[in-house]
Write a protein of this length. Sequence first.
Length: 335
Amino acid sequence: MSEVRPDVLPPQAIELTDAERQSGTLSAENLQLASLLVSTRGYVILKNALEQDFIQSIGREMMAIYDDCRNTMGEETGTSPDALHQAHTARERGTRFWFRKGRWRIFPRLREPMSDPRLMANPFVMPIVEGLLGADFYCKYMSSDTCVAGSILQSPHSDIDGEDIFVDNQWRPRGYVVNIPVMECGLHNGPLEVWPGGSHMWTAGLLRPYGLEPNVQDGRNPAVERLAEFLPSIKVVLTPGDILIRDLAMWHRGTPNPHEAPRTMLTIGLFRADRQYGYGDPSFNVDEELYRQLPPRIKKMFDYHFSTRSKLRRARSRAKGAAKEWLKSIRRSAT
């Protein structure tokens, strides 16, 4: 009789071997396993994928950036979808950020050490993502996922809509989040809770007839929360050196951190080249000067943002915005 009991969790992480860490390359077996896990389960954890001294230096850098943002903080960011694009700017470092319901999203500028390829183009992560999204995937943002005392229990949600999950009757991933903890992110300080094993493949056509819209984060979503009570979930424990890759569509939520000390992990949003994504703004992380200085593989992820077409599109958008504001001022002066 098997000694495996139904109430014992299966392995959560792939432990990298000494040979893999020394070579900076996943074995063929672990590359295949990681790709299968993120495709079928919705996430994979790579254990000890980063050196301790390096990730500790990143932790110190993020704490300094967080302190700057906290000292700058004015009004709390609103809960409307548009409010997430109305970011504050930190006084000392010019970092863009927003804050609401005890949760901070901080968008560090991509200069050393935050532009290090071990973060943005990790050699263990790249083959997995390239195999699933194609080598021409792009990066929309790098931010912190930081929660402090006062953070609420979020509603289970997806980070992307439920459209176009299947194309020509084939599942087609649209994007992934790479989470890198810069400190222990355990059960004690607001772990990420996930609903693995299929929620990343649930289409809008499946959910909408039942009144389910998994798009509420920092608020209540009774219908989705009710269903989630009956589905197995896991609170993910991450330690410095680990890397989590998860499908944006997988249901998940942030849980409360009861401590004043911030709990921080980095969040990198990577997307299929033909998939537009609304959240995030690459200009928060990188400008023309920083872009030119990026290592080649990271620079490729931001090429789309600095293309002539993209620049023209942003110029047209700014012109339309200015025209709207001008019309508003004319109407106000006429009344």
